[in-house]
Design a protein around this ligand. Structure first.
Ligand SMILES: C[S@@+](CC[C@H](N)C(=O)[O-])C[C@H]1O[C@@H](n2cnc3c(N)ncnc32)[C@H](O)[C@@H]1O
Length: 266
């Protein structure tokens, strides 16, 4: 039996539904030369990845990257694995005018850096409470040649932010404490808890962001957040309560409510 076939059967036996595709990805990531017979070192590296996968480590951590929107981002266990759902947020942000953007809870930097890469005249600030996440975002900014336009700061939401922004964007932790047990092991065991849950009802970060945004959002500017599919009404109401208007709720490709935007008028 070849190492790949053996690996597929091991993963299948352990309940991994997409075993063949995962093995293909990990095999091609470890083979130095796909046209030559694999050497012992490559096979050992491949088997080490399969062993890690059997502990439910996400494929993105094993490969070291995740493709998101138009770019490849470095990811590891210090950051949320960028999700396709968040591409809806990026698209909505690119539909409004901005030159200066603030990304609250930047993680890998996937939102901020995707926006800056698509708007060559824009500059922005990404903040995170996790210093380890900011290190990953800095590597991504360097890899995308965006260090000159992206400032990364350690901050508890707005605590270390200054200046005015045309766009404030955030994908904050929005999973309620009592929903954490339902998450897949890939997420529960291998993604940072601070990126997933607010340790409360899932809405407390929106409350902080909306209560604090006033001094930082320019008149006519937009505030856009990703939400969990059941949170649209609550987050829209918080936007109204905090003076935003022209609210829009946008669905993702699975037709679930995923983004809420509101505008600040004078
Ligand atoms: C859901 S993740 C989003 C990461 C990234 N923006 C993305 O969309 O993939 C939430 C991020 O918020 C950060 N965060 C949590 N609490 C924070 C706080 N009080 N201030 C700033 N960032 C915070 C987490 O460390 C995490 O990187």
């Amino acid at each position: 039996m070849t190492p790949e076939i053996f690996a597929v059967s091991k993963l299948r036996d352990a309940g991994f539904l997409d075993a063949a595709r995962e093995v293909r990805l990990l095999w091609s990531a470890t083979m130095q030369n796909r046209y030559a017979d694999p050497d012992a070192r490559s096979i050992a590296a491949f088997e080490a990845l399969i062993a890690r996968r059997l502990t439910h480590e996400p494929i993105s951590h094993l490969l070291g990257y995740r493709d998101f929107y138009a770019h490849r981002f470095i990811v590891n266990s210090d950051v949320l694995d960028p999700r396709p759902d968040t591409e809806t947020l990026v698209e909505q942000c690119l539909a409004v005018d901005f030159e200066r953007v603030l990304d609250l809870g930047t993680g890998s930097g996937c939102i901020l850096l995707s926006l800056l890469a698509a708007r060559s005249n824009a500059t922005g600030v990404g903040v995170d409470y996790s210093k380890a996440a900011l290190d990953v975002a800095a590597q991504n900014a360097a890899q995308m040649n965006l260090e000159g336009r992206a400032t990364l700061r350690h901050s508890d939401w707005f605590s270390n932010v200054d200046g005015l922004f045309d766009l404030i964007v955030s994908n904050p932790p929005y999973i309620a404490t009592d929903e954490m047990a339902d998450l897949q092991p890939e997420v529960q065991l291998h993604e940072p808890r601070m990126a997933l849950t607010d340790g409360s009802d899932g809405l407390s970060c929106y409350a902080k962001i909306l209560a604090g945004h006033g001094p930082f959002l320019r008149t006519n500017g937009w505030l856009a957040v990703e939400i969990g599919p059941t949170q649209a009404a609550a987050v829209s109401q918080m936007m109204t309560d905090n003076g935003l208007v022209n609210m829009r709720v946008v669905t993702d490709l699975d037709n679930r409510n995923r983004v809420v935007l509101g505008q600040k008028l004078a």
